[in-house]
Design a protein around this ligand. Sequence first.
Ligand SMILES: C[S@@+](CC[C@H](N)C(=O)[O-])C[C@H]1O[C@@H](n2cnc3c(N)ncnc32)[C@H](O)[C@@H]1O
Ligand code: SF4
Length: 379
Amino acid sequence: MFKNSLLAGIYIHIPFCKKACHYCDFHFSTTLNLVDDVVDSIALEAKRMKSYISEPIETIYFGGGTPSILNAKQLQKITESIFQHYTIKDSIEFTLEANPDDLTEGKIVFLKNIGVNRLSIGTQSFNENILAFLNRSHTAEQTLESVDLCQQHGISNLSLDLIYGIPEQSENQWKEDLKSMTQLNPTHISCYALTIEEKTVFGNWRKKGKILEPKDELVEEQYDFMVNYLQQKGYIHYEVSNFAKPTFISKHNSAYWHQNPYIGLGPGAHSFNGATRQFNISNNSKYIKLIKANQPPFTTEKLDKNELLTEYIFTKIRTYWGLDFNLMKQLFNYQLNNHQVEFINRIVSRKMATFVNNKLILNSKGFFISDSVVLELIP
Ligand SMILES: C[S@@+](CC[C@H](N)C(=O)[O-])C[C@H]1O[C@@H](n2cnc3c(N)ncnc32)[C@H](O)[C@@H]1O
Ligand code: SF4
């Protein structure tokens, strides 16, 4: 429906981690006995899914969980199956999420040889106390070493992640994290405000009153500082949580934000082809059983126009591409009412957005309130 470009991607979810971080409720297991079975199943699923989209593949993204936990043989098995069954563009952006403690010299060289040309390294903080509080599996020293090794071995397109809004995190600690981050000069930076999810250790601690979420004003101060600091260092704030040096905006994530088609492989992964969305089961042993029995591991949802419109608003408003009301009129017969026009005028006069040529584009100040903008604009 949105075929403004033909960028298509493959996402592979590796649902395993060495250690559970205290904040994370993504789908992963720390029991590693099913790794080989999941890998074999993903390789088979890649073959079976090949007719889901017809476009050539421009991005491959191993996410998780912790894809860097896989050994050479396991990574090769999945990659070979993908290269065998899909048309892969020469200009492929091939990203793998890695935790610093997995990035040995041997692994980096191997990743480069199988075609990985971008690594997303889960840094989270450069402060050892904060890393321990988050229950991360690595030290700050390991992050520095891994970045150095990647750069030495020719993987220089690096994305590093940080978390802010952490209970007890001082303003100074956050400033130090941003400073350490930019000293490494990565091409791309993701900064996530901590969400305390119910079914996590932090969720449990919050219930018991053992931790307090930081005040909204403090998180807003951290956000403002981050935005100014990273922009001064030459990063483009192109999505609420994402910053990139010019020409290094993540192609894979942009494809999601542009509603381009993608195939999701592995437990918990989603696929989208413009008309339907498929949700793979988030249970490793059930996923393996279904694949072995040659049964679909997913449920399918046919998206109606209203759902596509809501997704368009929800995803695009969080990016510097913004909302195109001409396109929304053409595709969904969407028209702004008077109340919504007044709302848009208000955020424009408060310097949170521009509204030019029927396009609403939030700036960094506006991104901070993007959730409330969505609520005003969805039908
Ligand atoms: C799910 S992880 C997968 C990659 C890798 N395992 C890692 O830890 O970086 C992707 C990103 O999501 C972030 N994340 C997960 N749960 C979060 C939460 N509750 N609040 C903020 N960020 C979160 C992680 O810190 C990480 O930067
Ligand atoms: S943040 Fe990353 S390493 Fe930590 S539990 Fe979640 S997926 Fe695993």
